[in-house]
Design a protein around this ligand. Sequence first.
Ligand SMILES: [Zn+2]
Ligand SMILES: [Zn+2]
Length: 683
Amino acid sequence: MDTIHITMPDGAIRDVPLGTTAAEIAQQISPRLAKEALVARVAPIHGPAAAAASASTGAMAEKSPDAAPEARMTSAANGEGFLVDLRAPIDQDVRLSILTPKDPEAIQVLRHSAAHLLAAAVLELFPNVKLGIGPPIDTGFFYDFVRAEPFTPEDLERIEKKMRELAAQDIPNERKMMPKPEALELYRKWDQGFKCELVEERAIEPMVSFYTTGKFIDFCRGPHIPSTGRIRAFKLMSVAGAYWKGQEGNPQMQRIYGACFYTQQELDEYLHRLEETKRRDHRRLGQELDLFSVQEEAGPGLIFWHPKGGLVRKIMEDWLRDELLRRGYDLVYTPHIMRLELWKTSGHANFYRENMFGPIEVEKDDYQLKPMNCPGHILIYKSRLRSYRELPVRLAELGTVYRYERSGVLHGLLRVRGFTQDDAHIFCMPEQIESEIEACIDFAFAVMKTFGFSEYVVELSDWDANHPENYAGSAEDWARSTGALQTTLTRLNIPFKRMEGEAAFYGPKIDVKLIDAIGRPWQLTTVQFDFNLPGRFGLEYVGEDGNRHQPLMVHRALWGSVERFFGILIEHYAGAFPVWLAPVQAEVLPLSEKFAEYAKKVIVALKDAGFRTHLDDRNEKLQAKIRDAQMQKIPYMLIVGGKEAEAGTVSVRHQSKGDLGPRPLAEFVSSLKQEVESKSVQQ
Ligand SMILES: [Zn+2]
Ligand SMILES: [Zn+2]
């Protein structure tokens, strides 16, 4: 009998008979591994030709192109081999890994098998449906069906129940090979036209691979988990319309979506996060709290800041401008439209064209709505000859820019056509880079702390050193700047991920992503070198040696844009701004008209102390007033009646902590003052 060599991940080599399966090897290693195993990864040792040869035998056929499109996410062949069923006979020397729930890529195989389970359950309940495709997706799976009646929420419940039944039966997922004509005949008899089409288009003769789950049979490349029993933590989520093959004009299908994870806990966490995402949606909160709007009449992607949103923006911007001045930046303003010629010099008219609004003709001259602030700041730098003594020059602007985005991708405050960047450009000498970078990072962390974020991810994007021809700047420029970014991050003890080849053509950069209250990352701060613009604009300074030199240029934005950061804050705080940012910090609620006079006295005391306050003097019950103030997420409610008027107190209610009892007015004012001054981010 022939023997093959199996190289395990730890380097150990096992000699086994030809045709041994990964399941058998798992069993030899430990019964526990055999029990946990979901799928295997194999990499033929003698190169891709060997794999292709084996594909035709059907044993390890994952490289064969007879794939239904659904399989593409799970078994794309790459340098590290490909995924196969545990029961696939191994027919050559391979490197083998046996994947368990600990391996992230195995989850997509589980989800693909869950899609098959869904189709099997639907067929049991609705035998006449026509089948489309069913791939895994990021958080679960879907399957497309054609059926005359729409699937109702009750149908989904029944289908999910049936899936649980079939899962409990632990039905094996079996791979079968059959000749193409036989496969077509099978689907023709079954009247599954879409599947016939897929077999016609994709199957490579002579043999076609199928998977069966009980009565369900699918033209599918696989791989799959051994049996349905491992599919435990799933939930059908929704039905949506979809076109066959995603093309408009093709038959309409009903797509059933499901969520699927290894454990119930992971599924519960995911469902909770979905709920939270909905609850925190800044578009809904923006309307409920009357913060901003997008007006169809004015055009998509253009933001109207309402008084309350405008107030929060003012507070945010005040903080930022104070910090900019304190940290040695100069504040500038530049025009919103400038000659198109300027954008030709900068190169934007060429490489950034598709993100720009079209030019505007004025007196036979073309003008351009600005998509970026950089050329404006460059013109200020260039307005006179600079000496090394003035460097670094740090020009900052809350600069409003306009960019063309397709209307389909616009999204509330997060993706817009007009926005205000908290932009700055630093012009410095090479020996100043490190301290400038460090200062930028320090500023970015101050932003995070001030606005209540504690987790973050940092990425350093470098060039692809094998293709210097694709980049502006010399190898020396890149090495020095990337080195400065890296040294600074390392010195500050900030963990980062290096992204080789991810830099823009004009320079390396650091990106900081914030992690919000429910664990979502948001791209925010960018610190980016530019080896392109200083040359294009002929920037110079007179060095200590009396000669002219080209300064280094750094673009940096901390919030990214005021609009986007505001949207992120709304979601991070779920609309309940900490007291230093809240548009109304304390609402005064008189028990009845009788106490209007004392209520006004309280308002005056608060206003005199500099607080933002509002009197709810409607003729409503206290409960209704409290409920409305809660809905508006106002941090403090001050209830005043006879007792309070007599004692000079207020009964304090906090929007998350509830009733805090009566407090002397002066005492409340001084504790509020402290809370605001410390910029506490407690909600
Ligand atoms: Zn499949
Ligand atoms: Zn810039």
